[in-house]
Design a protein. Structure first.
Lengths: 267, 194
């Protein structure tokens, strides 16, 4: 008897719980749309939230409920959009390939330093100390917070400035959020020319701190054949809608801060 | 009675903290303490399950095991079964009736079916021979003590991220060392109640 009662109790409880759970899952079960799992599988699973949802699961749900379009995943790219569109039976919609660009050319050789920083190895922490150790308060702090934030290994540090490997960049925007200086921007991949500077000081002050900074000399604006370049706060910016990619601006820039980026790099 | 419950709550959270003094639930303590928001989600789930498990296991023990004199050795086995089934049931019900709460706790609920802190609180209730009210309060306080430990440690780890740690200690080693230090600090509460 000593062994029968406990065995009976345990098996009875097991059966009761089993039936109870089965009944509960039938009674309270939520009908999940099978397409959610399919869409979720078509997504790359980086959970980067570049689409504006909490992660790949959230985006998959939003797509199936018709709330989001299938072309919001910049990591998956056009292939992923096409797969999701096929599952949902809708048009994928055009998708522009974007890449992250760092708007600073102030490498260790070009940009002077203000002081010797020995604190926490983090850009935001360095920024708290008089806008970081580099002489230019707008420029790259060089501690690689963006590189740490990148899930795809697309950013590396070179001479104290972050560099983006365009072929690996998925335009998820993690680095844009991570940069305390707001130096990184997502640009269309076919925008070959970028002003690699964010300094809004007058030319004289820029020259004192950095030899690669935009001094607002207007030469690029004058050289541009289609008036795509405007200079505000002594900082040039290129309107990519107007730009014809001729490269005249790059040739005349005395500071060499307008840079060419090869857009032929594929994934 | 009220004074008694108050002492149970305070002593469970500070003196006999489930994670830092009893060393129960170390796995989620190290696993989900990397970020404060995941730590909060996990803690919420643990508070919920520990409170529910304490009450249910007490009832089962009192009305099923004690009458047959089985409470000496069948407790562990039965409690594991009960807790696993209970968590599953709560998850199903929650998904249906409380979708926001389910989304907040969702992925953490199945993780704690076999959490030793939950089993620990059920077994400790029996050891201390608490009544139903005390058991439930003890379970709730146990969950709170887990929450406190997890939040404190998530803060420590978020700071560790920014530190320049020697390569040989980076990652889990420094995490274990700092967990030891946090635990050591909690031993300072020893003797708060006697």
């Amino acid at each position: 008897m000593n062994i029968i009662i406990p065995t009976l109790i345990m098996s009875a409880l097991g059966i009761v719980f089993g039936i109870g759970l089965a009944v509960a899952s039938k009674a309270f079960g939520v009908e999940a749309d099978g397409r959610i799992a399919l869409v979720r599988e078509a997504l790359p699973g980086a959970n980067c939230a570049a689409c504006g949802y909490t992660g790949c699961d959230g985006y998959a749900e939003a797509v199936v409920s018709g709330e989001a379009k299938p072309n919001k995943c910049s990591v998956g790219g056009p292939d992923c959009a096409a797969r999701i569109a096929a599952i949902m039976g809708v048009e994928a919609g055009a998708m522009e390939r974007m890449v992250a660009r760092v708007r600073c050319a102030g490498t260790a050789g070009a940009c002077k330093t203000k002081y010797d920083y020995q604190g926490i190895e983090d850009c935001a922490a360095a920024k708290l100390m008089h806008d970081g150790p580099s002489a230019c308060s707008y420029g790259c702090a060089g501690f690689g917070s963006c590189a740490k934030a990148c899930n795809f290994g697309a950013i590396y540090m070179e001479d104290g400035v972050a560099r983006v490997i365009a072929s690996k960049c998925t335009a998820c925007g993690m680095c844009v959020a991570a940069c305390p200086k707001r130096l990184i921007a997502l640009e269309p991949a076919d925008a070959n020319f970028t002003v690699c500077c964010a300094n809004r000081d007058k030319g004289m002050y820029v020259r004192r701190s950095c030899t690669a900074g935009c001094i607002g000399c207007m030469r690029c604006a004058k050289a541009c054949l289609v008036q795509a370049i405007t200079v505000t706060d002594s900082l040039a910016s290129i309107d990519m809608g107007k730009c014809r990619r001729c490269g005249e601006c790059m040739k005349v820039c005395p500071q060499k801060c307008i840079r060419y980026f090869d857009c032929a790099l594929t994934r | 009675m009220v004074r008694d419950l108050f002492i149970i709550v305070l002593s469970t959270i500070l003196v006999n903290n489930f994670v830092l003094s009893r060393f129960l639930g170390i796995c989620p303590f190290l696993g989900v303490s990397k970020k404060l928001d995941t730590a909060l989600g996990m803690s919420g789930a643990v508070v919920f399950v520990m409170t529910a498990a304490s009450a249910v296991t007490w009832l089962l023990n009192r009305f099923l095991l004690v009458p047959y004199g089985l409470d000496a050795y069948l407790q562990t086995l039965l409690f594991i079964l009960v807790i696993a089934a209970l968590v599953q049931f709560i998850e199903i019900v929650m998904k249906k009736f409380m979708p926001p709460l389910y989304n907040a706790l969702g992925i953490y609920l199945p993780l704690i079916t076999t959490n030793c802190a939950v089993l620990g609180v059920a077994l400790l209730n029996m050891d201390y021979q608490y009544d139903l009210a005390r058991s439930t309060v003890f379970g709730f306080a146990g969950g709170l003590s887990f929450t406190l430990a997890l939040i404190l440690f998530a803060g420590v780890r978020e700071r560790l991220e920014l530190c320049d740690i020697p390569d040989c200690l980076n990652g889990l080693p420094i995490t274990l060392i700092s967990a030891g230090l946090v635990s050591l600090s909690f031993f300072g509460f020893q003797g708060l109640f006697n």
